[in-house]
Ligand binder design. Sequence first.
Ligand SMILES: *[C@@H]1O[C@H](CO)[C@@H](O)[C@H](O)[C@H]1NC(C)=O
Ligand SMILES: *[C@@H]1O[C@H](CO)[C@@H](O)[C@H](O)[C@H]1NC(C)=O
Length: 223
Amino acid sequence: MAAKVFFFCSLALAILCFAYASDSSPLQDFCVAVPTASVTLFNVSVTVNGLVCKDPKQVTANDFSFSGLHIPGNTSNAVGSKVTPVFVNQLPALNTLGISMARLDYAISGINPPHFHPRATEIFMVLEGSIRVGFVTSNPENRLITKVLNKGDVFVFPVGLAHFQQNVGTGNAVAIAGLSSQNPGVITVANAVFGSKPDIAPDALAKAFQLDKNIVSQLQAKF
Ligand SMILES: *[C@@H]1O[C@H](CO)[C@@H](O)[C@H](O)[C@H]1NC(C)=O
Ligand SMILES: *[C@@H]1O[C@H](CO)[C@@H](O)[C@H](O)[C@H]1NC(C)=O
């Protein structure tokens, strides 16, 4: 009996520990970020995991606020979509709070290309239009989980998984996303693979993707 209780207590503890996977909890009310460029300590600029805090007595309401998310993003680009982030760089009070958001605009057929956030789960809501969303599970299944969302529909992209959204409606589409990090990070798959600086050797990519080397070079020129 005691062993069983111990087992379940250990399990509960393990689950609690695993659930604690977002940015670490703040140990103070807030830690409004100071722009990194202006931070020096003993005459050397310092970098920490996150951003250093402004003196709490110096913070103002503006540090906690961002304006402009009513403005549509400019979707005149190759992919026909635009992300307007409200991450810690745009809203300094997000520092240490483990949360952020973004506005997403899509022209007709516009796509937010396959990408992933190394540090955040994303919850996504359609404000206007019809958007096909999807994510792919990790190896070896690589299962595509996909759905067409309409106004008011919500979808969640689990942390670290490659995902995309495409406007499949007859007009512009708009969505809003919440992310479980002040600085989610964005890795666009094609840019990481074909757009690295410097290039990954074309013969390596040709072998990896089982493509002709000329096609790899064409892709590298694009990204
Ligand atoms: C601080 O850094 C600046 C520029 O890097 C340098 O010119 C200055 O001499 C330094 N001051 C001290 C006290 O080391
Ligand atoms: C949108 O972006 C395109 C391409 O960069 C640019 O030519 C156009 O002027 C921009 N439109 C607005 C309203 O800013």
